[in-house]
Design a protein around this ligand. Structure first.
Ligand SMILES: CC(C)(COP(=O)(O)OP(=O)(O)OC[C@H]1O[C@@H](n2cnc3c(N)ncnc32)[C@H](O)[C@@H]1OP(=O)(O)O)[C@@H](O)C(=O)NCCC(=O)NCCS
Length: 162
């Protein structure tokens, strides 16, 4: 059985390890660096950072929260370190986030992704996320030219299994 996955808050014990997690070079347009995301969370208190742990070590990162400007629950960042990808951890972490969103009574979970990110597209569509029709500018503007992103939504009807 694969080791169990845990989500832990990012705090003074693990923030440095989280900043050392990296996606592949080809994936760098798909997600902001964790250093950037932690800095953003320090200035935007609605954003909650979580570290994805497997066997006691951080292997991934999540940033999520309810955006004050639209009242929606957003999964703003989601990454698994290049060395730990393709092992099912991303899927497990996403399932746990869907469970948490439902547990806090949210009626929907939103996220956005860069078109062409085939792994993300597959991951989200297999869990029932569907396009809302919205296109948002890549955010935050860490890169000089952030690609536009397609917004997806998962409806969380009360009582639906996660
Ligand atoms: C997206 C990401 C978090 C997925 O994490 P992961 O641990 O590799 O995911 P999993 O191993 O659970 O695989 C997820 C799905 O993608 C598929 N997959 C994984 N790696 C793949 C690859 N290299 N090529 C094709 N499919 C792949 C898996 O088969 C699985 O499919 P399923 O849902 O049908 O079971 C990770 O690839 C990542 O960090 N990517 C860069 C950052 C990014 O794109 N973040 C999302 C921004 S919206």
């Amino acid at each position: 059985m694969p080791p169990a996955l845990e989500l832990r808050p990012v705090d003074n014990t693990n923030w440095q390890a989280v900043t050392r997690l990296r996606v592949t070079k080809e994936q760098e347009d798909y997600v902001a660096s964790n250093t950037w995301s932690l800095l953003q969370a320090a200035h935007e208190p609605w954003l909650k950072p979580l570290a994805i742990y497997v066997a006691g070590s951080p292997i991934g990162f999540i940033l999520w929260g309810r955006k004050p400007s639209d009242g929606r629950l957003w999964l703003m960042r989601f990454m698994v370190d290049a060395h730990a990808q393709g092992l099912g951890y991303g899927g497990d972490a996403l399932d746990e986030m869907i469970h948490r969103a439902r547990a806090e009574g949210a009626d929907a979970l939103y996220l956005s992704y860069v078109p062409g990110n085939a792994v993300a597209e597959r991951l989200y569509s297999h869990r029932g996320f569907v396009p809302t029709g919205e296109i948002v500018p890549g955010e935050p503007a860490e890169l000089e030219h952030e690609p536009d992103e397609v917004v997806l939504c998962l409806r969380l009807a009360p009582g639906t299994a996660s």
